[in-house]
Design a protein around this ligand. Structure first.
Ligand code: NAI
Length: 333
């Protein structure tokens, strides 16, 4: 099948071409998918978008008009797809549900360790000949309470790693994970998690229920000096409220791999330009805020699995009319 790949980076070409071999015809486009770039999909039965591509109703309708039958997401999250519009247009949506929970979980923990021991600042200081320790004081993670919001595949790996550090683990999730319970993770209500946690890490999907889960009301319930990590989706956090929390000192440090308005920033080199997003620019002024540009998934193992599952979704769809990992339509929910 012909697959139009949007938001292509050099690593996408390498891994997808390797996984596909001669099986499918891949057409790579640097452009993000939008109403303006839909014509690039001409002649393709499948499109392969990434997390910041536009999959709203008008774009999906235009894709269907052009003969697209399958949206093969190369991501786990599908919050950016209008599933009702896909149903209506008769387009099947597939995703890669679990490519490497370790990649994202390890990135969450890397952010905790960096923020705590300030290795990002120490690295720069030492290169400038500054070996003073002032400003670098951290704490033992051992025996600290970490609250994990969402204990699916990624949250469960975070729990396992932090269990190794000797942390006391709390979790909130409508579905309790037996693997986490076996580790001694205690499931609590959100308010209790907010009130007791020294570190809060968000590992849940973005849904209507989790949109702005961390807002001013939630922050007011948190322990003073709490560390907040978000490697899930930007809009789980109300950015303005988080900045308020940082300014008041309730939030002691923040690690973000995702940002509410990341679509116009991340995955691009803007170093010769300027940042027009004032909230994001404000975040960059805090020494206790660490931001990475949505790189949680970015490991060799994860890219290999993403490419293989994406191609397997297309092959399954071509063979049986059914991808390997279909996202249930809006009407099935
Ligand atoms: P998963 O589906 O295995 O687990 C998600 C968990 O969140 C489930 O246990 C679910 O019950 C829980 N959940 C749902 N609503 C909740 C709520 N209101 N409060 C608390 N928990 C809730 O998904 P997985 O693989 O663990 O991924 C989680 C999210 O991580 C993805 O949806 C995606 O947004 C994000 N992600 C980020 C990446 C990155 O590169 N930074 C890469 C991959 C995923």
């Amino acid at each position: 099948m012909r697959i139009a790949v949007f938001s292509t980076k050099p690593y996408d070409v390498k891994y997808l071409a390797q996984a596909s071999g001669d099986t499918h015809e891949l057409a790579f486009f640097d452009a993000r998918l939008s109403l303006d770039t839909v014509p690039l999909a001409a002649g393709a039965q499948v499109i392969c978008p990434f997390v910041n591509d536009d999959l709203s109703e008008p774009v999906i309708a235009a894709l269907a008009d052009g003969g697209v039958k399958l949206i093969a997401l190369r991501s786990a999250g599908f919050n950016h797809v209008d599933l009702a519009a896909a149903d209506k247009a008769g387009i099947v949506v597939a995703r890669v549900p679990a490519y490497s929970p370790h990649a994202v979980a390890e990135h969450s923990v890397a952010m905790m360790l960096t923020l705590n021991r300030k290795t990002h600042r120490a690295y720069n200081g030492v290169r400038e000949g500054n070996f003073a320790l002032d400003g670098l004081l951290g704490f033992d993670l051992h025996a600290k309470t970490v609250g994990i919001v969402g204990t699916g595949q990624i949250g469960a790996v975070v729990a396992r790693i932090l269990n190794g550090f000797g942390c006391c683990l709390l979790a909130h999730d409508p579905v309790q994970n037996p693997a986490c319970e076996a580790l001694g993770v205690r499931y609590v209500g959100l308010d209790e998690l907010f009130g007791l946690s020294d570190v809060i890490t968000l590992q849940c999907p973005l849904t209507p229920q989790t949109h702005h889960l961390i807002d001013a009301v939630a922050i007011a319930k948190m322990k003073r000096g709490v560390m907040l990590i978000n490697t899930s989706r930007g809009a789980v956090v109300d950015t303005g409220a988080m900045i308020g929390g940082l300014k008041s000192g309730v939030i002691g440090s923040v690690g973000l791999d995702v940002y509410e308005e990341e679509a116009d920033l991340f995955f691009q080199d803007l170093s010769n330009s300027f940042i027009s997003d004032d909230l994001f620019a404000r975040l960059l002024t805090f020494p206790n805020v660490l931001i990475t540009g949505h790189q949680g998934f970015f490991t060799h193992e994860a890219l290999t699995a993403i490419a293989e599952m994406t191609i397997a979704n297309v092959t399954g769809f071509q063979r049986d009319g059914e991808p390997l990992y279909r996202v249930p339509g809006a009407s099935d929910r």
